[in-house]
Design a protein around this ligand. Structure first.
Ligand code: C5P
Length: 232
């Protein structure tokens, strides 16, 4: 499994995303399409970006009853995405159903990654809103091992957690880590950040990078810098 930089294309229209992607005339980045763009433009945007030669992480974070998730995953799989995700909070049986739905008739399937606890959920909210009284680190690792038990490929986590996830779930269990910033860059609203080089050192398998690339004066140069620090 290759290390790669995934560019979070958090745009709200096809026009904006194409204006951005048109700048990449050489290497085609692995692209993350989230809810904003998917809900604005529908499944066609996924097909069109795929047809331009990009790998796609479809970040829709499914969470529903197992049967609904299974059927929805079958639809997403037919869009020929390379990676997609769900909430581990949906339980092991939901994750198993998702894998079943995602598997194509020829046995191939996109990678399936679980979200553990969102980084917007802190200890206090987890205890008070969700009535989960365990320490958040323990909850994150428990959800990650549930994902591994269900047969998923990995989790989305902070780069700071990537090492521990590998210790708990095995080195082949994939860690996809947002919260990446250049050493000389603006951290924006991300609280716990790492540089691409640090993320590589700690063992992240994929970094998800948005604004340091999308808002850069020269997005292609920023992307190439990420690749140079993280992959090469
Ligand atoms: O612009 P930035 O690099 O902060 O973008 C990070 C991307 O990763 C965004 O699409 C954001 O929604 C996503 N993400 C995150 N933290 C998580 C999960 C996903 O920043 N815990």
């Amino acid at each position: 499994m290759g290390k790669d930089v995934i560019v979070a294309c958090d745009f709200s229209s096809a026009a904006d995303v194409y204006a951005f992607l048109d700048k990449f005339t050489g290497r085609k980045p692995f692209v993350k399409i989230g809810m904003e763009l998917f809900y604005a433009e529908g499944p066609q945007i996924v097909k069109d970006i795929k047809a331009r030669g990009h790998k796609i992480f479809l970040d829709l974070k499914l969470h529903d009853i197992p049967n609904t998730v299974k059927k929805s995953m079958a639809v997403l799989s037919r869009l020929d995405v390379d990676m997609t995700n769900l909430h581990a909070a949906g339980t092991i049986s939901m994750m198993e159903a998702a894998l079943e739905g995602l598997t194509r008739p020829d046995g191939s399937r996109p990678m399936l990654i679980a979200v553990t606890q969102l980084t917007s959920t802190d200890q206090e909210r987890m205890e008070n809103d969700l009535l989960i009284k365990e320490p958040i680190d323990k909850v994150v690792m428990h959800y990650a091992s549930n994902a591994a038990k269900a047969g998923l490929d990995g989790v989305v986590c902070s780069p700071l957690e990537a090492g521990k996830v590998h210790d708990t779930c095995g080195k082949d269990f994939v860690t996809v880590t947002p919260g990446v910033r250049f050493a000389d860059g603006d951290i924006g609203d991300q609280k716990r950040v790492m540089t691409p080089a640090e993320a590589k050192k700690i063992g992240s398998d994929y970094i998800v990078v948005g604004r340091p690339i999308t808002a850069a004066e020269d997005p292609v140069a920023a992307y190439e810098r990420c690749v140079a620090e993280f992959v090469d």
